[in-house]
Design a protein around this ligand. Structure first.
Ligand SMILES: CC(C)(COP(=O)(O)OP(=O)(O)OC[C@H]1O[C@@H](n2cnc3c(N)ncnc32)[C@H](O)[C@@H]1OP(=O)(O)O)[C@@H](O)C(=O)NCCC(=O)NCCS
Length: 175
C-alpha cells in the first residue's frame, strides 16, 4: 500500500483545462446528465462558485479520474460550504480516488477560512471523513426532509456549527 494519505491519487484544484474532463467524469459516473449540468451551472454562478474549492484527483498517468467540489450555502444567514456532487470514473471507482478528493477539500476549505461543510450522501461513506448527522448532532436542518443519517455536517475548525436551516445555491433547485 502507498504510504501517501491520498494513495496513488493526486488531488488538486481544477484548472480551466480540466473542465471537459470534469464533465466527462460526471456523465460517466451518473446515469443522467443532471450532475454534469449542475457542475457547469455552479461554475457559471459567481456567488455559489468558490474558486480553488473544485478538486480533481489525477490518476498516476496524469488524467483526472475523480471530481468533487464545495459551493456556497448558508446555515440560516451564516455561510457554509456544500459538498456536491462527487464522482469517479467507473473504471476507477472503489480505489480511493473519491476519498482523495473528499479528504483534500476540507483541508482546502479550512485554509480558505470556511467553518462548516455539509453533504447529502451515502450514510455508509461520508462518516469516514468525519461527517456526522447534521440535524441530530448540530441542529442544522436540511431544506427538505432528508434522512438524518444522510444529511451530514463537518466542522472544519472544531467549533460548534451554527444552528439553522440550510439554503443551497439556486442551481441545485432545492427549495
Ligand atoms: C461514490 C463515489 C464518489 C465514491 O468514490 P470511490 O473512489 O469509488 O470510493 P473510494 O475508493 O474512495 O472508497 C471506497 C468505499 O466507498 C464505498 N462506496 C463506493 N460507492 C458507494 C456508494 N454508491 N454508496 C456507498 N458506499 C460506496 C465502497 O463500498 C468502499 O467502502 P469500503 O472502504 O468500506 O470498502 C464513486 O463511487 C462514484 O462516483 N459513484 C457514482 C456516483 C455517486 O454515487 N456519487 C455520490 C453522490 S454525489
Amino acid at each position: 500500500m502507498p504510504s501517501d494519505p491520498y494513495g496513488y491519487w493526486r488531488p488538486r484544484p481544477e484548472t480551466a483545462a480540466d473542465i471537459p474532463a470534469v464533465r466527462r467524469i460526471h456523465l460517466a459516473a451518473f446515469e443522467a446528465a443532471e450532475e454534469a449540468d449542475l457542475v457547469d451551472a455552479l461554475r457559471r454562478d459567481p456567488p455559489a462558485w468558490l474558486p480553488g474549492l473544485s478538486y480533481v484527483a489525477d490518476a498516476p498517468d496524469g488524467t483526472p479520474a475523480a471530481h468533487a467540489l464545495l459551493t456556497r450555502c448558508y446555515v440560516g444567514e451564516v455561510p457554509a460550504v456544500a459538498l456536491a456532487p462527487c464522482a469517479v470514473l467507473p473504471g476507477h471507482q472503489k480505489s480511493g480516488a473519491g476519498s482523495a478528493v473528499i479528504r483534500a477539500l476540507p483541508a482546502a476549505a479550512r485554509a480558505a477560512g470556511e467553518r462548516t461543510a455539509l453533504v447529502l450522501g451515502h450514510p455508509s461513506y461520508y462518516p469516514r471523513f468525519g461527517f456526522v448527522p447534521a440535524a441530530s448532532r448540530y441542529g442544522i436542518q436540511p431544506p427538505q426532509p432528508w434522512p438524518d443519517d444522510a444529511f451530514l455536517a463537518l466542522s472544519l475548525d472544531d467549533s460548534i456549527p451554527p444552528r439553522g436551516t440550510v439554503r443551497y445555491a439556486a442551481a441545485f433547485g432545492i427549495d
